[in-house]
Structures are given as C-alpha cells and as structure tokens.
Design a protein around this ligand. Structure first.
Ligand SMILES: NC(=O)c1ccc[n+]([C@@H]2O[C@H](COP(=O)([O-])OP(=O)(O)OC[C@H]3O[C@@H](n4cnc5c(N)ncnc54)[C@H](O)[C@@H]3O)[C@@H](O)[C@H]2O)c1
Length: 255
C-alpha cells in the first residue's frame, strides 16, 4: 500500500471528463503518475482536445445510455479508481411549474448514469478492489428553492453510494461522494439556476453572487475539488467508505 498521493501504475475511469471538475481530476491524477485514463463524455470533440502524457482511452457517449456501458465499456479491463462525475444542472423551476420531461432527463443523466457507472466500475474492481467517488452536490444535502430535479438527483446518488459501499466492501471496493458548493465551471453557463446571465461580466457577477452564499465567501477553482476527489481515491483514505465529503465553503451551514 502506498501512503502518498502516488497513482503510479494505476488506472482510472472518469465520466464527464471533457470539462470542468472531471477534466481537472484527470489532470490531477496525470500529475501523480496515473498509468491509464478511461475518459468518457458525450462531448467527443472536447474529449479529443485534451492531450495527456499517460495512456488514454476516450469514449464519446451518453452515460445514461445502457448501450454505452454494455458495448463501449464491457471490456475495459481492471480499473483501480473511478470518478462518476458527468452531470447536468437544469434550470431553476418551482415544483408547481413542474416539467416532467426535464425532471426525467435530469434523473437519467445524474442518477441512471451513476448507477450504470457504478455497475461497470465495481465489475472492473472485483478482483483487486478500488476506490470510487460519485459527484454529488451541496444541493443534495440542503434544499435550495428551484432545484427540485437537480437536488433530488444529487441526494439519490448519496444513498446509491452508501449501498454501493456496503456491497463493495468485501471486495475491497471503497465508495464515497464529494459534494461541492458552487465551483467555477462551464456548468453555470448552461444553467438557468442563475437567471440566465451571459458574458464575462455577467459571469464574474454570478460567481460573486454565488460566493455570498458560502461562509468563506469564495468559489473554488476546479483543481481544489480535484484534490478532494484525489484524496478519497488515494490510499490515504483507505479507511474511508460510505461518506459524503462536503467542499462547500460552509454553504450548507448558512441559514
Ligand atoms: N460546478 C459546480 O458548481 C458544481 C457544484 C456541485 C456539483 N457539481 C457537479 O460536478 C459534476 C461536474 O460538473 P462541472 O461543474 O465540472 O460541469 P461541466 O459542465 O464543466 O462538466 C460536465 C461534463 O459532463 C458532460 N456530460 C453531461 N451530460 C453527460 C452525459 N449524459 N453523458 C456524458 N457526459 C455528460 C459534459 O459534456 C461536460 O463535459 C456534475 O455532476 C455537477 O452536478 C458541480
């Protein structure tokens, strides 16, 4: 067992790897000696744009599509680490204005995608064990108005993670969740949660507004969240399974 952030000779599967937190996690692992990355994203162009110094398998597809996991990923070989991170954040809609199609889309990507990814990763870790992180959110633990679908999906994968931790333990598979508060990534560009702001100035204003919702009054860069994920993937977290690690600047404590 290594006692450091040393991933030499190891392999990692990452979903949502073309952008934001997933890409930062791939870079973080690359810098610490990972031998092989299996990167999955529906944005095939974005996935192809990133160069890495290690072996990389790039798989373009939708994580909520069972065929992706059955066909493209059935024979991925042994995997040591997995980050199930691909997710979408649909717009701010009150429950009384319910849009069932939007709800179902969010559940498909954020919950089905993690469920299918867990099955794949746990099969790939069955012989040698491993560590899995699912990407939740502070929204999965604290109710923000207008986030029903997103918040419910992020809460659901916390319980899914706990079941996976209970099922995987005898094979040496650890499963945990990271739950960030706001992080500066492109997900905010695609979301209506912020009222549809656009452009650089609007983006800066949006981040400043988001920072106000934390105790620490800050919005982290993706590398910081990658480090939190990396800790849980590493052997320094060998005794940690079934937990939710919040990295939210204290947002969950604000009333
Ligand atoms: N940025 C934040 O403030 C924040 C906070 C808490 C949690 N999160 C979570 O972190 C994760 C990563 O988000 P991010 O902020 O890096 O956003 P991002 O938009 O930069 O990255 C998300 C990636 O997932 C991919 N993706 C989306 N749907 C997919 C699908 N169906 N199949 C395959 N790939 C798909 C996108 O193409 C994109 O590359 C998400 O699960 C998000 O909910 C983000």
């Amino acid at each position: 067992m290594t006692t450091d952030f040393d991933f030499t000779g190891k392999s990692a599967l990452i979903t949502g790897a073309a952008s934001g937190i997933g890409l930062a996690a791939a870079r973080w692992l690359e810098a610490r000696g990972i031998a092989r990355l299996v990167l999955i994203d529906m944005d095939g162009e974005g996935l192809g744009a990133a160069e890495f110094s290690c072996e990389v398998d790039r798989i373009a597809g939708d994580v909520s599509d069972e065929a992706l996991w059955a066909d493209g990923l059935r024979d991925i070989g042994a995997i040591d680490c997995a980050l199930l991170n691909a997710g979408i954040a649909p717009g701010g809609m009150a429950i009384v204005e319910a849009d069932l199609a939007e709800w179902r889309k969010c559940m498909a990507v954020n919950v089905d995608g993690v469920f299918l990814g867990l099955a794949c990763a746990m099969r790939a870790m069955a012989d040698n064990g491993g560590s899995i992180v699912v990407m939740s959110s502070v929204s999965g633990t604290k109710p923000y108005p207008g986030t029903a679908a997103y918040a419910t999906s992020k809460a659901a994968i916390i319980q899914l993670m706990r079941v996976a931790a209970a099922e995987g333990a005898r094979q040496g598979i650890r499963v945990n969740a990271v739950a960030p508060g706001p992080v500066d990534t492109p997900i905010w560009d695609k979301s209506d949660i912020t009222g549809g702001l656009h452009g650089d100035d609007a983006r800066a204003a949006m981040m400043s507004e988001l920072a106000k919702g934390t105790l620490l009054k800050r919005v982290p860069e993706t590398g910081e969240i990658a480090g939190t994920i990396g800790f849980l993937l590493s052997d320094l977290a060998a005794n940690i399974t079934g937990t939710v690690l919040l990295s939210d600047g204290g947002a969950s404590l604000r009333v």
